[in-house]
Design a protein around this ligand. Structure first.
Ligand code: FAD
Ligand code: PHB
Length: 400
């Protein structure tokens, strides 16, 4: 076992708070480099494996999962998409990824399937994930021996680490543990949310449809030949009980209508949820021996499908920096982690903000603003240069 018990406490090299994509993938990448870690997670394994979230993996994320040996089921069950459709003014325009990006594409494979694959890989390799921990706290962050204290199975436990990775999402405890004078936060909250549903129905489209409509944004995505994922722009403070199935279908049909003979397939709705939309970044993504990764450090609105991919990109950089430290004692890469990660983060922040701004209706917007949105959409649909900007950001800029 990698851990050693010392004076009632447990020691590990990297203590990881949060078993989301960031924490699990980091633990796995460290394991491949021979570095032991312990992951603590407040929810149960069943819960994290059933939470419905992202669906789109960038080419770089796909390649990373494959090279880390956790891509086998994804390759079998995921769907490679070579483009997306933009729909506005009742017409549909395709953005072709390979021809605009030198052959790159994306994979539609649900986040909770990635989670299942990573948990299985960690446990098969003897990795340590403690589920259902309570009251986690991190301290001694600016010393050589930062610690995580938590309740697990009725006892208080302390994990002494060389480093702590804060992978506990936007509402976690690691980011707020950084003194406020040592962090700079940037936030934008959008005046709308997404109403998301899962439906038992065949696919209505071979590629995702992003629709701009006077009544608001709509998105047609997929999960499998039998299950589809649909979203529509809504009031972020709305409640599920205001949305009977008939109203959801009416809105989706209205917002996705075309004069092109396309039809949305209906089916039994078996899951509904409302998602708030925000942009958020904390700088720097490090304090002492605490390193933040994924949603703990940044949030993007889901319109650009970037959140999970950013989490993967962060931990790739972090795992390499930790591997460099353990192989040669060189701290340079660790010192550069935040700046390197933030460069990609801000690109994704801009792209996600741009897609969100172009595709949604803002209730306080003027006719002038709406005309600008339509002009922007026309430009993306007609200019190779603008389409290329969308495509190369959507498939993801190269990881190095
Ligand atoms: P999380 O997935 O939030 O994981 C954090 C983990 O930490 C959780 O399991 C949590 O339980 C645990 N935790 C929290 N606090 C504690 C604590 N105190 N102690 C212990 N554990 C704790 N991204 C994309 O790339 N593509 C998409 O298509 C996409 N679509 C999305 C659609 C929706 C509806 C939503 C909501 C998000 C979408 N995203 C998408 C974003 C993506 O889901 C997130 O960016 C991603 O989950 C971030 O991973 P993470 O590991 O950083 O954080
Ligand atoms: C999804 O399938 O959940 C999904 C797809 C594309 C997005 C956001 C979410 O931009």
């Amino acid at each position: 076992m990698p851990d050693r018990v010392l004076g009632g406490g447990v020691k590990t090299r990297v203590g990881i708070v949060g078993a989301g994509p960031a924490g699990l993938l980091l633990s796995h990448l460290l394991h491949l480099d021979g570095i032991d870690s312990v992951v603590i997670e407040s929810r149960s394994r069943q819960e994290i494996e059933a939470t419905i979230r992202a669906g789109v993996l960038e080419q770089g994320t796909v390649d990373l999962l494959k090279s880390a040996g956790v891509g086998e089921r994804m390759q079998r069950e995921g769907f490679v998409h070579e483009g997306i459709y933009l729909r506005f003014g009742g017409r549909t325009h395709r953005i072709d990824f390979p021809s605009l990006t030198g052959g790159r594409s994306i994979m539609v494979y649900a986040q909770h399937e990635v989670i299942k694959d990573l948990v299985a890989a960690r446990l098969a390799a003897g990795g340590k994930i403690l589920f259902e921990v309570k009251d986690a706290a991190v301290y001694d962050l600016d010393t050589q021996a930062p610690k995580i204290r938590f309740h697990h199975q009725g006892t208080v436990q302390e994990l002494e680490c060389d480093f702590i990775a804060g992978c506990d999402g936007f509402h976690g405890i690691t980011r707020p543990s950084i003194p406020s004078r040592a962090r700079h936060e940037f936030t934008r909250v959008y005046p709308f949310g997404w109403f998301g549903i899962l439906v038992e129905a065949p696919p209505s489209t071979d590629e995702l449809i992003y629709a701009h409509h006077e009544r608001g944004f709509a998105l047609v995505s997929t999960r499998s030949p039998q299950i589809q994922r649909l979203y529509l722009q809504c009031d972020p403070d709305d409640e599920l009980r205001n949305w009977p199935d008939s109203r959801i279908w009416d809105e989706l049909h209205a917002r996705l209508a075309t004069g092109e003979g396309w039809k949305l397939a209906e089916g039994r709705i078996f899951q509904k949820g409302i998602i708030a939309m925000r942009s958020f970044v904390v700088e720097p993504m490090r304090y002492g021996r605490l390193f933040l990764a994924g949603d703990a450090a940044h949030i993007v609105p889901p319109t650009g499908a970037k959140g999970l991919n950013l989490a993967a990109a962060d931990v790739r950089v972090l795992s390499k920096a930790l591997a460099a430290f353990y192989s040669s004692g060189d701290e340079e890469a660790l010192k550069g982690y935040s700046a390197k990660a933030l460069k990609r983060v801000w690109r994704a922040e801009h792209f996600s903000w741009w897609m969100t701004s172009m595709l949604h209706r803002f209730h306080d917007e003027s006719a002038f603003h709406h005309r600008l949105q339509l002009s922007e959409l026309e430009y993306v649909a007609s200019s190779r240069a603008k389409a290329q900007t969308l495509a190369e950001n959507y498939v993801g800029l190269p990881l190095d």
